[in-house]
Write a protein that binds this ligand. Structure first.
Ligand code: ATP
Ligand code: MG
Length: 439
């Protein structure tokens, strides 16, 4: 049953214009002044009511995209199935969506649509604000902030869910996930981000409908993966994906490797995700390549060892393993080529951390991917005590001025400080750390 509309007047809620970006306010006011309805919607309203900082500001209006474009100098219309306006204000982009009519995104409609000039016309059917609200995914995402009087409109019971810290879907969860399986991932991501629980009725269909995720375009799953893992709540998202048995539909190789009960691999993945979350919170840069290198390492290692067991030499075995694992992964989550190259570099540089000739050490230190590969090496401390020592050696080596490091390495102090375990499966010709780094 659809709850009745509840209007919450300005003095009865905490959402203040102070916390809305200037760009979003500008767009809202201008639309309103031109005689259109204009609302702030979605995650921004939800996050502001929770006292958080919105990732982006979305606007909903009864103006058509063409009318929006006429009002703003810097505006482009995007989207094939459903046209949206992107209004550019300085470095900010405000997404302005015209209210959508009901049932525009289910399979039947897509099939019945007419494709003209590559656009599906049936989808561009505008609706009322009530219809727009019913099309949204979670009740907490169907709150509208009205710029004309600063009131809030709650069309689906979202205020109650915010108070109870729960994610409930609008409508029948099975139908809503069938229409768009990505909503299952959004449930996981938002539960992790907001620290909300997923309502039992919204979580129950995961078991039957999880496989539907394999029908989603891999490029879209790449975008969703980045939102899950690179916005500061990656570890929690990962645990929720595992808990709800959804991991295998996104990262089959990771799920397989973890099912083997490899505790070191689990520690490597969890530490990797936690350190990525920390970097995000500290405002440092993060790369998708590191994430994929971490998630796929267990399977790559296993495959390489298998090939070696079949008599392939080290580098052949490893390159076959890279190719196989990355090709399988890209069928689910399309990793763009530029990141694939970096993932491969991170893996390929691992054996070079076991080579201690002066020139090789200095060359590795100035490799453009040194930092990412070194961070990865540090995660591998979970694999063996020797890996841990290797990490310490390179930590120390970086702290030394280059001339002192070069001098220390030239001294040919052959005392082995690290004996690398062959079963670690590293594609390394050198198995011994020959140098202590003593400044
Ligand atoms: P955040 O921006 O914090 O990641 P969000 O909820 O704002 O979370 P967006 O992707 O920005 O997520 O989407 C904006 C709004 O559009 C959502 O709040 C929701 O109302 C609606 N929406 C987004 N994706 C879907 C979907 N797959 N199905 C239905 N509604 C959706
Ligand atoms: Mg948003």
């Amino acid at each position: 049953m659809v709850p009745a509309l509840r209007v919450i007047e300005r003095e009865q809620h905490v959402l203040s214009r102070k916390h809305i970006s200037k760009a979003a306010l500008h767009v809202l006011y201008r639309l309103n002044k031109a005689g259109h309805d204009a609302f702030l919607v979605g995650g921004a309203v939800r996050d502001l009511l929770l006292g958080g900082k919105p990732k982006d500001f979305d606007v909903a209006t009864n103006a058509t995209p063409e009318e929006v474009k006429e009002l703003f100098g810097h505006c482009r219309l995007i989207g094939r199935r459903f046209r949206l306006a992107h209004v550019l204000c300085g470095s900010e982009i405000i997404e302005v969506a015209t209210f959508r009519g009901s049932h525009q995104d289910d399979d039947a409609d897509a099939r019945n649509s007419h494709i003209v000039d590559g656009r599906i016309l049936r989808d561009n059917v505008w609706g009322s604000i009530e219809e727009d609200a019913q099309r949204r995914d979670f009740r907490v995402n169907a709150l509208y902030y009205d710029i004309s009087n600063f009131s809030l409109r709650d069309y689906a019971g979202g205020m109650q869910d915010l108070e109870n810290r729960v994610l409930r879907l609008i409508g029948d969860p099975v139908i809503r996930y069938r229409e768009d399986p990505v909503r299952m991932l959004r449930a996981v991501r938002l539960a992790a981000k907001l620290d909300f629980r997923i309502d039992a009725a919204a979580a129950r269909p995961f078991a039957g409908l999880g496989p539907k995720l394999t029908e989603v375009a891999p490029a879209r799953l790449f975008d969703e993966s980045l939102k899950m893992f690179l916005l500061g709540d990656g570890l929690k998202s990962f645990h929720l994906l595992e808990h709800h048995d959804l991991l295998a539909f996104l990262f089959p190789a990771t799920a397989r490797a973890l099912q083997r009960g490899d505790a070191a691999l689990r520690a490597l993945i969890e530490t990797g995700l936690a350190s990525t979350d920390r970097r995000v919170l500290e405002g440092k840069s993060v790369t998708p390549a590191f994430l994929f290198a971490v998630l796929l390492w267990g399977e790559v290692r296993k495959q390489a060892l298998l090939w070696m067991g079949q008599g392939k030499d080290h580098s052949d075995a490893w390159s076959r393993a890279f190719r196989k694992v990355l090709a399988e992964q890209c069928q689910r989550v399309a990793i763009p080529r530029r990141f694939i190259f970096t993932v491969e570099d991170i893996w390929l540089l691992q054996p070079r951390f076991e080579q201690f000739q002066k020139n090789k050490v200095l060359r590795l230190l100035s490799h453009p991917r040194f930092r990412a590969a070194f961070d990865f090496l540090l995660l591998r401390r979970h694999e063996s005590p020797q890996m841990c020592e290797l990490g310490q050696w390179w930590t120390h080596a970086q702290q030394l001025p280059r001339n002192l490091l070069a001098k220390a390495l030239s001294r040919h102090d052959n005392a082995p400080v690290v004996q690398v375990d062959d079963t670690a499966g590293v594609p390394a010709p050198h198995r011994r750390c020959r140098h202590r780094v003593n400044s």
